[in-house]
Design a protein around this ligand. Sequence first.
Ligand code: NAD
Length: 480
Amino acid sequence: MSAKADVIVIGAGPAGYVAAIRCAQLGLNTVCVDDWVDPQGQPVPGGTCLNVGCIPSKSLLESSERYVQALHELGDHGVIASSVSLDLERMQARKQRIVGELTQGIAQLFKANRIDWVPGRGQLLAERCVRVTDSAGGTRELSADHIILAPGSLPVQLDAVPLAAPQVVDSSGALAFTEVPRHLGIIGAGVIGLELGSVWRRLGAESVTLLEAQAEFLPMADTQTAREAQRLLRAQGLDIRLASRVVSSQSVGAKVEIRYQEGEAEHSAVFDKLIVAVGRRPNTESLAADAATLLFDEWGLIHVDEQCRTNLPGVYAIGDAVRGPMLAHKGSEEGVMVAELIAGKAAKVNYETVPSVIYTRPEVAWVGQTEQALQAVGADYRAGVFPLAASGRARAMGERDGFIKLLADRATDRLLGAHMIGPHCSELIAEAVIAMQLGGSSEDLALTMFAHPSLSESVHEAALAVDGRALHSMAKRRPR
Ligand code: NAD
């Protein structure tokens, strides 16, 4: 490795590894430092997303959905599968195989792009130097013209619920259960709580109880969508208790007892396993030596401008450790932007069109403004809603729950937001994202031809509904 690189990236998660690859593609001599090790103690790239986040959770969500289908739904199709049983060990092994294949894929991409991958913990020093401490405690110093900080995030821990007890786990532990917990408690009915709760309920947990401190369910989502999600998830057996703040926990034999406050009342509950899923915090502790004078905000996020520049010349920060949603795709786009900027090109991220997805069944997805946010600022808009029960394709799939909703400016018809709940909404949301990225209107979508029969037709119908002219559903009221 050369003594001085063009770029050092700290972190090889979806923000950092993408930044490193794009830098290398642009001809920059790039080093990527990362301290993640797999359960065998081997260094692996990919960060939280590939190792203990997005990918393993989607693997278990997919497997558990197949299990539920085989148990309860195939009969309706005339497919008789008798004696369906669960082999959790094999399901977990499949998950781990997928993780291994993808992380190895990144290692190969690093090699192919001639990126120097340096295992160890990186710390920013003054003058764009980085100290790397390896797992044996050995240190070395590297320097570069540009540094990209992409350290990611860690699960928030609750003082009242220490992870020391074996029954209490964070999201990583909840992906690795070796048996299905009979009674599962989850603190936090956010994205992680809902996804992991769905997995273990589908795999046979008798009860899944989600204790959520806030009175409102999914406050960041569109209210109509959140209400529908709450109704459908409760019907699947997720016991979502709102306005319930967990205040203490203690081990009781092999179980865990928690106490929680609901208004003035205090309750207790006993679980076999308890997942703490109360958010994530930036992984910025000891990321920078004092001498580096890197600025952080009050939440420990690295202070950056719109183009991810920190207060230090030549030092950028991207992904979960900076402002904005903690989403892999947002971090990756920031990584590409920063690489382009370093290479002297113009680049920016459109933060107006970051899609959000919750991978429950049905999936919940959205982009842009919620209806309640538009109402709060007195915006003049039109809404078009199309129920999936009116979609031939959704019915053929046996997936009739949910709807597609589009919001458009009344005067200009420009799309302001899209909110969806239904099958494959993680894919359907891309139609709205593209339309919004191109500055499109509901009429643009209404004038576009979609294949029949397909779920995507429902986006077309929702666009028609904005103008009160959906073809396959009755408009409740004509637009003003
Ligand atoms: P979250 O912020 O989505 O939800 C955490 C919830 O815990 C909040 O609703 C909060 O009110 C609640 N809470 C906090 N303290 C509590 C207490 N003492 N008692 C009861 N409830 C309490 O966080 P998360 O679900 O942990 O996810 C972390 C991050 O990871 C999020 O930023 C999320 O976007 C990201 N993530 C995304 C995906 C995805 O895109 N599908 C999947 C997983 C995680």
